[in-house]
Design a protein around this ligand. Sequence first.
Ligand code: ATP
Ligand code: AMP
Ligand code: MG
Length: 199
Amino acid sequence: MLKVVVVVGIPGVGKSTVLSIASRKLAERGYTVRVVNFGDYMLEHLKRAGVVETRDQIRALSLSAQLEAQRAAARSIRAELESASGDRVVGIVDTHAVVRTSLGYWPGLPSAVLEELRPNAIAVLEAEPDEIVSRQSRDSSRYRADVSPREVVDEMLQLSRYYAIASSVVSGAALRFIRNREGLAERAAEELVEVVERI
Ligand code: ATP
Ligand code: AMP
Ligand code: MG
């Protein structure tokens, strides 16, 4: 049986960090684990089209370009998850409930995406706004000037919950809020493992 968990949270909250730990923990428990980053799939699609070079340029593209890449990513991800063989397979999708585009806020998990991914659960990773601002500023590998002012972080934390609730209703997936406390990514990963075990 394939279990699918979608993990969302605002930029810099620690999704990719927590998922690399959770992946190891799930493998130790005998799961075949596929962690896929939705942005990687969009980036691959858009790089091939020659319209971006880095992942942080994606949200500045026209909405129609992002929409096309979003659909393509969702299809490829489901195919990738289904290609894994074994009787205890878990697919974890690292993504966003809401994206701050140059036009305005936009859903990361609209019904077309949810129909492809068919998640059993959606986990919203959260942290204190000040912790997120400081994580974003410490992470020099990313461009986050458009999402790091404190008032934007506050707004996105709220919106991320609301958009995730809407996606839970549309897909029938369970919803869980997980705190990624400073220095305690391991604990957040354990909570995520528990979510997988209870599906
Ligand atoms: P994006 O959506 O932009 O990809 P993300 O949610 O994947 O962001 P990460 O890249 O995992 O975020 O983490 C952002 C930064 O915060 C990294 O430098 C990471 O090391 C740090 N970080 C993550 N979790 C914690 C934690 N619990 N305590 C302290 N630092 C953390
Ligand atoms: P990330 O590395 O998670 O920040 O992803 C890189 C970029 O991919 C994000 O900044 C968004 O522009 C885009 N992205 C990721 N997931 C989604 C999604 N579900 N829908 C639309 N865009 C997304
Ligand atoms: Mg990430």
